[in-house]
Design a protein around this ligand. Structure first.
Ligand code: FAD
Length: 590
């Protein structure tokens, strides 16, 4: 029995109702991507992921990626072969330009595929996600020769990519990067330094690895304004593009981790390694910011993905485990635990959070597509602003929820949850990385309150909140089943408005003190808006044709639960958001 089955109906619902993939398909950039074709592709991807990638999840956790004495890294059994099949299927190229061998599909379609891969095997799925980041960077900032040289083989996945940002003294603050780059005189550079925590920095799944390395050129200004970005291939290329000799870049060691163990997390030594600069010197951080939204969105998605895999295990367990009696039992039959209200609360909390966070991620992904390809400039601009505003929320809220969902799913298992055999313990450990990497969740909160909320003097966030308000009329016409959804959404929207006003007016220290609870509140209310939209779509389906497998009625149950029981948490956060920094600063750590 597979532990995870791709939730194709849920994904299709969000793609069609929230991401409006039909409308995307009518734009000239995506005219070959009609919605039925997209559903077909996802079905096929789901089968491949279920049969080939998912069975290796446990193997990766048990075996880890291992470093050999000569500095090479051996991936867990089966990873290499599965990756070869991934490449053969062209799965990594889905959203990239046809001109470089990609599929030319909307970003949101790649997100759906990524969700399934990450649910099935988070450690494996990280390799294509990093490659995608490197591709994104070269597409936006590489020169023609670099694109021609590297992109075709990275888009197929024959070569993989890494992001080499972190150093021991430079984590959240990349301005502290010390690695150096010296010009060789022939247009190339020599890179020296040590990078830590580099995912897939070394492995045996591809012929070459392209490292994107942040380093400083001579006389660079201090801080983030003096950082440049370099391409450093593991294997240098000959004049004719064929693979040449090994570059001076080596894996010194590999971390022993809490989770994500199949994925090698490497300390990488660059010792006069040959590299090429991307774009201009000292603009590395600026370039990173252009790809950071999609990278952060992919990490937010990992929260949803691990949440989904955890929920599926929990619900299966709850329907099998017999314990206690049903509340209305007269004689003494045993009951499965799924009958107990508290277990239902745990399951429904997981399901509702997953559906809310998934719709947020897909909404932002579709906005990335619209920001790039919509024919009307005002739409492109307003979607680009929405992507900026919502990305920190999508990253941090979803990964925090990923941990909470996995924890609840483990709790449903009782003592067996604590035992590795059931597999839920691995998901709980794997989920924990999401809030840490790709900018810690604390850093996302700071980004939200210091950069995003103040965009255009608060007009962008005000426009977004006004859009939520506009739903009220539709909910009012939705009949009695929308009553509680409408009331709670209205209440908590006004809470978020008050908190947002505070964030626009407060002193910096007070903003920073309230940033994380504010981000949480922002996520909860945005989730409420998206669940309300889903409830309306579900009730429209109920009016029309038959409700296949009770999908639409089930959606109304989760939407109501979300709005009645989870959304009101936003109100409870208001004090924490607006109290200010005094007491935090009075705290004397002892
Ligand atoms: C499994 C794994 C894979 C990784 N993969 C990669 C990779 O492929 N490439 C790569 O370059 N890096 C990678 N990283 C590194 C990761 O991105 C960093 O660990 C992360 O950015 C945090 O940096 P740090 O560990 O130095 O923590 P620190 O920056 O020291 O942060 C410690 C704590 O302090 C908080 N904090 C720090 N500064 C501030 C501030 N100004 N205000 C408020 N709070 C603050 C943080 O939120 C955090 O809670 C990976 C890490 C792990 C564990």
């Amino acid at each position: 029995v597979n532990a995870y089955v791709p939730p194709l109906a849920d994904i299709a619902f969000v793609l069609h109702e929230i991401a409006e993939v039909g409308a995307l398909g009518s734009m000239s950039a995506f005219e070959h991507a009609d919605p039925e074709m997209i559903d077909g592709i996802l079905e096929e991807a789901g089968r491949f992921i279920l049969n080939v990638i998912e069975p290796l999840n446990r193997v990766g956790d048990r075996q880890h990626s291992r470093r050999n004495e000569d500095g090479t890294v051996t991936s867990p059994d089966g990873f290499s072969d599965a990756y070869a099949q991934w490449v053969a299927g062209g799965w990594g190229g889905v959203p990239f330009p046809v001109s470089y061998g990609g599929g030319g599909f909307p970003w949101v379609v790649a997100i759906a595929l990524q969700e399934m891969a990450a649910s099935a095997n988070l450690a494996f799925s990280q390799c294509p996600v990093l490659t995608q980041g490197a591709i994104d960077m070269l597409l936006s900032h590489g020169d023609d020769r670099q694109r021609e040289t590297y992109l075709p083989r990275m888009i197929t996945g024959e070569w993989t990519g890494t992001m080499d940002l972190t150093e021991s003294q430079a984590g959240s603050d990349l301005g502290a990067v010390r690695s150096s780059a010296i010009p060789t005189g022939d247009g190339r550079w020599r890179i020296t330094g040590q990078k830590i925590f580099i995912s897939y920095g070394e492995h045996d799944m591809a012929d070459n690895i392209l490292h994107l390395v942040l380093a400083r050129v001579p006389n660079a200004p201090p801080g983030t304004r003096g950082i440049s970005c370099f391409i450093v291939p593991k294997i240098l290329l000959n004049e004719d593009g064929s693979l040449g000799v090994q570059n001076q870049v080596h894996c010194r060691s590999i971390e022993d981790k809490l989770g994500l163990r199949g994925s090698p997390t490497c300390v990488m030594d660059f010792d006069d390694a040959i590299g090429e600069i991307v774009g201009e010197a000292n603009k590395g951080m600026q370039y990173m910011f252009t790809m950071i939204n999609s990278a952060r969105l992919s990490v937010g998605l990992q929260g949803v993905a691990v949440g989904e895999a955890s929920y599926q295990r929990a619900v299966t367990y709850a329907m099998q485990r017999e314990q206690g009696r049903p509340i209305d039992a007269i004689i003494n039959p045993t009951s499965t635990i799924v009958d107990h209200p508290d277990v239902r609360r745990m399951l429904l909390t997981q399901k509702a959070y997953i559906e809310a966070a998934r719709s947020l991620i897909y909404f932002v992904a579709a906005s990335i597509d619209l920001a790039e390809h919509h024919p009307d400039e005002p739409v492109r601009i307003s979607r680009a602003e929405l992507v900026e505003l919502l990305t920190p929320v999508a990253k941090a809220w979803s990964t925090d929820l990923g941990v909470e969902i996995a924890s609840l799913a483990l709790q449903v298992h009782g003592g067996m949850g604590f035992i590795e055999e059931t597999g839920i313990a691995q998901l709980y450990r794997d989920a924990r990385i999401g809030p840490i990497y790709e900018g810690t969740n604390g850093i996302q909160g700071i980004d939200l309150v210091t950069r995003k909320v103040p965009m255009r003097g608060g007009e962008v966030v005000a426009g977004f909140l006004a859009g939520i308000d506009e739903m009220d009329d539709k909910l009012a016409l939705g009949g009695p089943q929308m009553n509680s959804i409408r009331e709670r959404l209205g209440e908590e929207l006004s809470t978020l408005r008050s908190a947002t006003r505070f964030m626009l007016d407060a002193e910096l220290a007070d903003k920073l003190a309230g940033a994380s609870p504010y981000l949480r509140m922002f996520g909860i209310v945005t989730g409420g808006w998206l669940m309300a939209r889903q409830a309306l779509a579900a009730s429209n389906r109920l009016k029309g044709a038959s409700d296949q497998n009770g999908f639409a009625s089930a959606k109304l149950v989760t939407a109501r639960f979300y709005c009645e029981q989870l959304l009101p948490q936003a109100g409870g956060l208001l004090r924490a958001v607006t109290t200010g920094a005094d007491n935090l600063l009075a705290f004397v750590p002892t």
